[in-house]
Design a protein around this ligand. Structure first.
Ligand SMILES: C[S@@+](CC[C@H](N)C(=O)[O-])C[C@H]1O[C@@H](n2cnc3c(N)ncnc32)[C@H](O)[C@@H]1O
Length: 396
């Protein structure tokens, strides 16, 4: 971050002296003058005259002059700053304009405050809550902090907040719809098992889509990831569950081939199903299969999943939910939107979609390598999928 030097007052040229669009000359006098249009090119010229490190003055210019003019024309603050920063020749990126605007908006009186300006810049851009900013200011004064002390304290508090959030439920809670985890939580699932997903994905799905006392079934239990979570996290201790798989990894998992036996549960008895089907249910993962026709691949997929979804509809209670992990496929013969196929199948079976979460895959996962080798063999230019989707549906 740029250092903030002693205050240097730069008075920008009057704002919007020459509007770009000339209005037609009106013959009759009008009661209220029209607001002058914002000329982004003029703004960029003015903003570029600021020194990179004179953030307070830049913020003042944005808050006092640019924003009121923009508001008069019905533009939002962020919109204007994005327009300015993406204009050819603009010197300041959006993030810097935003920081400057926040800095001046929070501390218009910075010159009368007791700490050095750099402290307030740090507070304005790193701490959202005004009460917290006041507390940090007080602590910095009382303890005679350096700027490094303040930065460290803000960082440590943020880390503590995250740990606290994690331990509140026992796992990394995600509140947005992209769940990306660099490494699987070692407590859940068996290491080096093919197809094992980060347990954090399952824990978040259970958090968002199940309730106290729910009965949960995982028909593709694999290395026991779901079982480990339900077994060990106190937050889920009141859930009941059953794990099934064609190749059970331990004694908690019951042997079952879903394609032959369906899901061996009573009708209308299950609250939540977590489905993480094997890769070969969606796309043949052998290099010899790259010529498979798209229609044949889709037909095979639909056949398998129609049966599975019929079983989901049978065993779920009314209002019960099912989450399924799925990924689109890029093949030399075309793109197959498997998630979309699933959405249609679930809708046809009387479910409504209640969620969609993106699950970026991380390096070293097998699917990426296989598809890459196909494109190498064929010498074709082809994208690979690096993102699975977790779709969730509710039975009507
Ligand atoms: C992607 S893995 C599931 C991984 C699991 N979520 C985990 O984290 O360990 C898919 C699982 O489906 C199982 N499977 C494959 N075909 C099956 C079938 N016809 N019926 C039941 N399970 C099957 C495989 O044995 C594998 O364990």
């Amino acid at each position: 971050m740029a250092k903030i030097p002693p205050k240097k007052i730069i008075s920008p040229k009057p704002f919007l002296k020459k509007p770009i669009l000339k209005k037609p000359i009106l013959k009759k006098p009008v009661s209220k003058p029209e607001p002058k249009p914002v000329s982004i090119a003029d703004l960029v010229k003015e903003l570029n005259s600021f020194n990179v490190d004179n953030y307070w003055d830049l913020g003042k210019f944005l808050v006092d002059k640019v924003m009121p003019a923009a508001r008069k024309q019905g533009l939002f603050e962020e919109q204007v700053m994005k327009m300015i920063s993406s204009h050819p020749g603009a010197k300041f990126p959006f993030s810097v304009l935003k920081q400057c605007q926040q800095y001046y908006a929070y501390y218009p009186d910075v010159k009368k405050r007791p700490l050095a300006e750099v402290f307030y810049f740090e507070l304005a851009t790193k701490v959202n809550e005004s009460r917290k900013r006041e507390q940090y200011e007080k602590m910095a004064l009382e303890n005679k902090w350096t700027i490094s002390d303040l930065r460290k304290k803000i960082r440590d508090d943020e880390t503590a907040r995250r740990i606290d959030e994690r331990t509140k439920y026992g796992f990394d809670l995600r509140e947005r719809n992209v769940w990306s985890f660099d490494t699987p939580d070692p407590r859940f699932g068996k290491p080096n098992t093919k197809g094992r997903i980060p347990g954090q994905i399952v824990a978040n799905a259970l958090y968002f889509y199940t309730n106290s006392g729910d009965y949960i079934v995982d028909p593709f239990a694999g290395s026991g990831t779901t079982a480990d979570i339900l077994d060990s996290l106190p937050f889920f201790s009141d859930r009941r569950w059953k794990m099934l798989d064609m190749n059970p990894a331990d004694e908690r998992i019951i042997r079952n081939n879903i394609l032959q036996m369906g899901i061996p549960e009573q009708s209308a008895s299950v609250d939540y199903l977590f489905l993480d089907p094997p890769k070969d249910f969606t796309f043949k993962d052998s290099t010899t299969d790259y010529d498979v026709s798209l229609e044949a691949a889709k037909a095979d997929f639909v056949l398998k999943f129609k049966g599975i979804i019929r079983e989901c509809a049978r065993i779920l209670k009314s209002g019960g939910r099912v989450s399924i992990i799925c990924e689109p496929a890029f093949t030399p013969s075309g793109y197959i939107d498997f998630p979309n196929e699933l959405i249609n199948l679930f809708k046809d079976a009387g479910f409504k979609q209640i969620g969609k979460v993106y699950l970026p895959t991380h390096s070293g996962e097998s699917s990426t390598k296989t598809t890459q080798s196909i494109s190498d063999v064929k010498g074709v230019r082809m994208l690979n999928s690096d993102c699975r989707e977790l779709l969730t549906f509710q039975k009507n």
